[in-house]
Design a protein around this ligand. Structure first.
Ligand SMILES: NC(=O)c1ccc[n+]([C@@H]2O[C@H](COP(=O)([O-])OP(=O)(O)OC[C@H]3O[C@@H](n4cnc5c(N)ncnc54)[C@H](OP(=O)(O)O)[C@@H]3O)[C@@H](O)[C@H]2O)c1
Length: 271
């Protein structure tokens, strides 16, 4: 995301970051049509990823690219539009931007209060029947919304926020529900997103565990999120090659029960 929105690096550097993530063993890339500057730039991240995959020397068939529809960027704002007509046009544009005949995982970016969830999810079900989407996912949803969507189409993934500062996906039972239903939970902003991520290097508990295990505090944070359930996947972003590599290292970092507990109990100040 950050390689396509404001403060993005030069495109060649963005491609290097994607290559570094793939070389480090990451196999899931999460994108969206709206990861761009504004309405004139829709699809920037999808085009960048498509180009990066074309020039990557590794096995592309092992990489799953997930994208989303249901938001717009008028003059750089983030607005919702999950009307059937918009979702259909957005899906067509994403197919083109990604250069594929079928999108592996297409996620409703967020429910739109101006449209019934039934209409939005029903459109994704139609796109799946037409072969344009392989799997359907949801984002920024509640458990009742997932249940409602499941009456229309199989839901394979849910993408909501989860990090040590924001644990509503845990306390509200959403991660548990996904685990029970075999739905992948894609934790977004897993290290807190832009502003809160900057607090990680000075965090005493993450720092102490990291020093002891020879890992960065960011990797410890990601390992804590990953440990929250068997169906939890983290989708950290990066603008720098070293950050992509460091985030990938978290996949091999297993925290002992005492360390997990210490992070769970630690204070994470949002101010
Ligand atoms: N569905 C939704 O509504 C939604 C909303 C938000 C995000 N997302 C998804 O979630 C992904 C991640 O979310 P996010 O970008 O908000 O949060 P994040 O991954 O928690 O934080 C990203 C920030 O962490 C920094 N970072 C990453 N690894 C680091 C390391 N090892 N050391 C130091 N800094 C490090 C990055 O810095 P640099 O940029 O300098 O490398 C970047 O600024 C997005 O790419 C997107 O796919 C989805």
């Amino acid at each position: 995301m950050h390689i396509s929105i404001s403060d993005r690096p030069p495109e060649a550097e963005g491609v290097r970051v994607v290559h570094a993530a793939l070389d480090a063993g990451m196999t899931l890339i999460d994108t969206a049509d709206v990861y761009c500057l504004d309405h004139t730039d829709i699809g920037h991240n999808e085009r960048l990823i498509s180009g990066a995959l074309r020039t990557w020397s590794g096995p592309r068939e092992n990489i799953l690219v997930a994208t989303k529809g249901g938001l717009t960027r008028p003059d750089g704002r983030w607005d919702r539009d999950a009307r059937p007509s918009h979702l259909r046009a957005a899906c067509e544009a994403s197919l083109k931007a990604l250069g594929v005949e079928q999108i592996a995982l297409y996620q409703l970016h967020a429910p739109d209060p101006a449209v019934t969830l039934e209409d939005s999810v029903g459109t994704l079900a139609d796109l799946q029947r037409e072969g344009k989407i392989r799997w359907v996912g949801l984002s920024n949803v509640s458990v009742p919304e997932i249940r409602q969507a499941e009456t229309i189409v199989p839901v394979v993934a849910v993408q909501n926020r989860l990090n040590p500062w924001f644990r509503e996906a845990l306390t509200g039972g959403l991660v548990k529900y996904c685990g029970e239903r075999g739905i992948g939970f894609l934790a977004y902003s897993p290290t807190g997103g832009g502003r809160l991520t900057k607090k990680i290097p000075a965090h005493p508990v993450l720092g102490e565990i990291g020093r002891r295990l020879g890992a960065t505090p960011h990797a410890v944070c990601l390992a804590w999120v990953l440990a929250q359930g068997p169906s939890v996947v983290v989708i950290p972003s990066a603008r720098r090659v070293e950050h992509a590599r460091d985030s990938a290292s978290a996949a091999g970092l297993v925290l002992a029960a005492g360390d997990l507990e210490a992070v769970t109990r630690a204070v994470f100040d949002r101010s």
